[in-house]
Design a protein around this ligand. Structure first.
Ligand code: PEP
Ligand code: MN
Length: 338
C-alpha cells in the first residue's frame, strides 16, 4: 500500500509513520516529493488494522497498490527510473544505453579487439558471457573465471562498462566483483534463489524476459530482486516462444509500451536473441527504439561464422557501425539520442 502524508507533514511525523509500518511488518520505501511525501509499504499483511496508520498525525490517505508487483509498479514510483551504472552512464534517460559485444568471451585477443570496435562505433557498455546457459550440455559453457578476468582487462583497455551473465547462485559474489551490470538470462528468469541473490547486490541487474513468460511474471521476477533491496533493475525484451519458426523467437515489440505504461523501470531490447538471424537485427533494433526502448543489447563478433555461440545472429563489427548510424536517426525522431 501507499501511505500518503499531508502537505507539510513534519519530519518527525513521517519518521513515526515509517516506524509504525516497520513494527507492523512492512518494508518501507519513502519517496520525498517537493510537496508531498509518500511511503510505499510492502509486505504480505492483508489483515492489519489500517486505522493504526490512517489515524496517525500527518497521514492523509492510504491507497492500495492493485498490481501483484509493488516496487516495480508505476503506482508507487510515478516517474521513470533512471539507473546510474557509473562512469556517467545512465539507463532510462534521453541517451540510449547501447550494450554490444560477443555472445561469449572466447579469448583475450579477440575479445579486446571487438571491444575496441564496438566502443569506436558508439556503444557505451560491453557485453560478453563468461558463464553460458547453453541449451545443450555438450556446447561451449564459457571460460568462467578466466572469462571474467578478460572482461576486466577489456574494461581497463577501453573504459567500457561491463554486462555479464550469472547462472548460479554460487557465482554471484564473484561476478559481482567484475560486472557493472549483472545479467540474469531468459532461462533463469524464474530462478527465484538466483533473483534473490542478485537482489542483495548493489550492482544493477539486467533481467531478461523468460522464454515463455507473461509480462506480469517478468515484473514479478523484477519484484523478487527489488524486494531484497536492489531496486536497480533493467528489463530486457529478448523475444518469446510462439509457433513461428522463421525467427528464433518472436520479438514482442508491444511489451515495450506495455512496460512503459505499468512500470517505472527502464526496458531495453535484444534483437539478436529475439530474431536469431543477423539480417533481421537492424529492423528490430530500430523498431524497439521507435517503440520507446531505453537501449539495446546486440551481439557483435569479429568472425560470426566461426563464433563458439550464437554466430548466426551476431553482427560483424562493420555491420554494427551501420546499425549505430541507422538507430541514431530513429532515436532522434523519438526524442532520444545515442
Ligand atoms: C545471452 O545474452 O547470450 C543469452 C543467453 O541470452 P538469453 O538469456 O536472452 O537467451
Ligand atoms: Mn547469445
Amino acid at each position: 500500500m501507499i501511505v500518503i502524508l499531508k502537505d507539510g507533514a513534519t519530519k518527525k511525523q513521517i519518521e513515526m509513520v515509517e516506524k509504525k509500518l516497520i513494527e507492523l511488518g512492512f518494508k518501507t520505501h519513502p519517496i520525498y516529493g517537493e510537496i508531498k511525501t509518500v511511503i510505499g509499504a510492502v509486505g504480505d499483511k492483508r489483515d492489519i488494522n489500517k486505522n493504526l496508520i490512517l489515524l496517525m498525525e500527518g497521514v492523509e490517505e492510504i491507497v492500495p497498490i492493485m498490481r501483484p508487483y509493488k516496487l516495480a509498479s508505476k503506482e508507487l514510483y510515478k516517474q521513470p527510473t533512471v539507473i546510474d551504472v557509473g562512469d556517467g552512464v545512465k539507463i532510462g534517460g534521453e541517451k540510449l544505453a547501447i550494450m554490444a559485444g560477443p555472445c561469449a568471451i572466447e579469448g583475450e585477443r579477440e575479445f579486446i579487439e571487438v571491444a575496441k570496435k564496438v566502443k569506436n562505433a558508439g556503444a557505451n557498455i560491453l557485453r560478453g558471457g563468461a558463464y553460458k546457459p547453453r541449451s545443450s550440455p555438450y556446447s561451449f559453457q564459457g571460460l568462467e573465471i578466466e572469462g571474467l578476468k578478460i572482461l576486466a582487462q577489456a574494461r581497463r583497455e577501453t573504459g567500457l562498462l561491463l554486462v555479464t551473465e550469472v547462472v548460479d547462485t554460487r557465482d554471484v559474489e564473484t561476478v559481482d566483483k567484475y560486472a557493472d551490470i549483472i545479467q540474469i538470462g531468459a532461462r533463469n528468469m524464474q530462478n527465484f534463489r538466483l533473483l534473490k541473490e542478485v537482489g542483495s547486490s548493489s550492482k544493477p541487474a539486467l533481467l531478461k524476459r523468460g522464454l515463455a513468460a507473461t509480462i506480469t511474471e517478468w515484473l514479478m521476477a523484477a519484484e523478487y530482486i527489488m524486494s531484497e533491496g536492489n531496486e536497480k533493475v533493467i528489463l530486457c525484451e529478448r523475444g518469446i516462444r510462439t509457433y513461428e519458426t522463421a525467427t528464433r523467437n518472436t520479438m514482442d515489440i508491444s511489451a515495450i509500451p506495455v512496460i512503459k505504461e505499468i512500470s517505472h523501470l527502464p526496458v531495453i531490447a535484444d534483437p539478436s536473441h529475439a530474431t536469431g538471424h543477423s539480417k533481421y537485427v537492424p529492423s528490430m533494433a530500430k523498431a524497439a527504439i521507435a517503440a520507446g526502448a531505453d537501449g539495446l543489447i546486440v551481439e557483435v563478433h569479429q568472425d560470426p561464422p566461426n563464433a563458439m555461440s550464437d554466430g548466426e545472429q551476431s553482427l560483424y563489427p562493420d555491420e554494427f557501425v551501420n546499425l549505430m548510424d541507422e538507430i541514431s536517426k530513429v532515436a532522434q525522431a523519438v526524442g532520444r539520442r545515442i
